[in-house]
Design a protein around this ligand. Structure first.
Ligand SMILES: C[S@@+](CC[C@H](N)C(=O)[O-])C[C@H]1O[C@@H](n2cnc3c(N)ncnc32)[C@H](O)[C@@H]1O
Length: 221
């Protein structure tokens, strides 16, 4: 079994996700979601950001490696009557089930950062985004003063060294890595004020054309 999948199916992330509904919703309000926008929420968990995207009228596909979280997401969407929000299993390193240039917006909030092979992840995110579309990631930043970054730093210092070749998810929080992985894409980075679970860093990488998307939204929440 894929160890990445086994890891995320082992626990019950919905218990943590329940504490993030408010910040997820606030974050989504700043993403420029419009009715009918085709959104891929990658590493979506049980829909902390996917459901708010759908509530704003987007046509949302949530993809996650953990079957239990996909089931939980579909249940939440069903219970809310959101027919424009579907969840399915998939691996951010290899989205073979998704066609090229399908989505206007690919969102991954602390999701795809956990997939192995970060260069493949970036390639797949770009492949499924339509030319001129947007890719938005929220990634933990190593040694950031926020709670989660500190917990990860402390726990890793007490853990055995990772297997050879392992690339830490935290490397997605280093700007130069993001630039390298999205090869040639230009992106503005916004730092959001800390709220509840910590600072969210939003990296927006623009597809192929490297055209800088003009931002007219104010930082929030
Ligand atoms: C910290 S949770 C975040 C979930 C959700 N984005 C949220 O904000 O609540 C990380 C998520 O990434 C998923 N994940 C980990 N590796 C993945 C992979 N290779 N492909 C797709 N999803 C993955 C996990 O199953 C989990 O749902």
């Amino acid at each position: 079994m894929n160890p990445n999948k086994a890891l995320w199916e082992k626990g019950d992330f919905t218990r943590i996700a329940e504490s993030m509904r408010e910040s997820g919703e606030a974050l989504v309000k700043g993403l420029g979601i419009t009715k009918g926008l085709k959104v891929l929420d990658l590493g979506c968990g049980d829909g902390t950001t996917a459901l708010p995207e759908a509530r704003l009228g987007a046509d949302v596909l949530g993809v996650d490696i953990a079957r239990n979280l996909v089931e939980a997401g579909n249940k939440r969407a069903r219970e809310e009557g959101l027919t424009n929000c579907k969840f399915q299993e998939g691996d951010a390193s290899n989205l073979h089930e998704l066609k090229d240039h399908t989505f206007d917006l690919v969102v991954s909030i602390f999701g795809a950062m956990f997939a192995p092979k970060p260069f493949d992840v970036a390639k797949e995110m770009v492949r499924v985004t339509r030319p001129g579309g947007r890719i938005i990631m929220g990634n933990w930043i190593p040694d950031d003063p926020t709670l989660v970054a500190q917990i990860l730093r402390i726990s890793s210092s007490y853990s055995p060294p990772p297997p050879e070749g392992f690339i830490s998810p935290m490397t997605w929080g280093i700007e130069n890595n993001v630039i390298e992985r999205f090869a040639g894409a230009r992106f503005p980075k916004r730092r959001y004020p800390s709220s509840g679970t910590g600072i969210r860093s939003i990296f927006q990488a623009h597809h192929q054309s490297s055209r800088l998307h003009s931002e007219n939204t104010t930082d929030q929440p």
